[in-house]
Design a protein around this ligand. Structure first.
Ligand code: 13P
Ligand code: SF4
Length: 349
């Protein structure tokens, strides 16, 4: 990828990206979905990028899959499909367009490529990684298998293709308990998120769950003490927690679920005040649709997710650089692990 200055110069040669009130007004329909969280001057800055990306998407026959943690201008301005990790993986199997632009992190783009290998899958920044994915390698899986012979390996999708290929089945935050409960063995290995594993262990007490020592750098920062103090100061706040948080944090929650589970819960319940104990953009993205809910609490950003910007999305569609490739010898067993998960979650749904 070009450095930021060269990238900007190249884009400026091809597109007029200066702030524009006219383009902002021409795209007022998109702005209406985010006007509580994006100021009018900021929209005049974003709108020329949004318009250029939406034009280029048609020219390139591309679709944009965006994770719920993307910023509002990406989530509402340019995404064709938004969702949690499981929804994005399922949607990747259905894409008919030639190009998929993954607005999310690298393992998500890799999963899309594994599931739909004929497509060009672009990630706007190759360095959009994940602390969980970095925490484990196929050697780690082999160590766990040696320590617990015969136990199946259930691996979170937040991992590389190589790690998925070395596993028996994948899971996401929306189906982890269900996938573990469906394993025949009494002992189940869960990698790499120790907190997700510990939370699943409480939901599936009849299994002995052993885990790898990985954690998400965003969710491990929340503490039970913080939540208790917050609730004391703000009585009535609904506390809604992602299961990548430590179990003592989950124990404080009124609801725990995947990012899309969290959105559905808030939409259904419409509490007066809600604290989303997860990545910060989640609250911003649903704020306009749920004006009666006041979102309160800290703002923890994922530095990897935040590497994806409108400028880099435009660059990737313009240059068609940043294509994710997976060695077919790795992709085949990785696909088995992901497809087993999808089949099992759809069967029980
Ligand atoms: P879900 O969207 O599947 O809940 O995952 C959250 C996450 O941290 C993705 O990186
Ligand atoms: Fe990885 Fe956590 Fe960022 Fe999700 S929020 S991409 S799990 S570091």
């Amino acid at each position: 990828m070009l450095d930021q200055i060269a990238l900007r110069a190249e884009l400026a040669d091809h597109y007029d990206l200066s702030p524009s009130i006219d383009i902002a007004e021409a795209n007022a329909g998109l702005y209406a979905r985010m006007e509580r969280v994006v100021s009018p001057p900021d929209w005049t800055i974003h709108a020329p990028y949004v318009a250029a990306i939406n034009r280029l998407k048609k020219e390139r026959n591309a679709v944009i899959l965006a994770h719920n943690y993307m910023t509002p201008e990406i989530y509402h301005g340019i995404a064709d499909v938004v969702g949690d990790s499981l929804q994005l993986a399922i949607e990747a199997t259905k894409v008919e367009a030639e190009v998929i632009v993954q607005c999310g992190v690298h393992f998500m783009a890799e999963t899309a490529k594994i599931l739909n290998p004929a497509k060009t899958v672009l990630i706007p920044d190759m360095e959009a990684g994940c602390s969980l994915a970095e925490s484990i390698t196929p050697e780690g899986i082999a160590q766990m298998r040696a320590r617990y012979p015969g136990a199946p390996v259930v691996t979170y999708v937040n991992t590389s293709a190589e790690v998925k290929a070395a596993s028996d089945i994948c899971c996401t935050s929306s189906n982890a308990a269900q996938i573990v409960a469906a394993q025949e063995s009494d002992t189940v290995i869960m990698t790499p998120d120790k907190y997700l594993a510990q939370n699943v262990a409480r939901q599936v007490p009849h299994k002995r769950i052993v885990w790898w020592d990985g954690a998400c750098i965003v969710h491990e920062r929340f503490t039970a003490q913080d939540l208790r103090e917050f609730r004391d100061w703000n009585p009535g706040t609904r506390i809604i927690v992602h299961p990548e948080c430590p179990p003592e944090v989950v124990a404080e929650a009124d609801y725990t679920g995947s990012t899309s589970g969290i959105i559905a819960y808030v939409d259904r319940e419409r509490p007066e005040k809600a604290m989303l104990v997860t990545e910060c953009s989640m609250a911003s993205n649903i704020s306009d649709a749920l004006p009666e809910v006041e979102f309160v609490g800290p703002c923890n950003m994922c530095p990897f997710m935040k590497k994806i910007t409108l400028e880099k999305v435009l660059w990737s569609l313009h240059s068609m650089q940043g294509a994710v490739e997976v060695d077919p010898a790795i992709a085949a067993p990785a696909r088995v692990a992901v497809e087993r998960m999808i089949a099992l979650s759809q069967r029980s749904a």
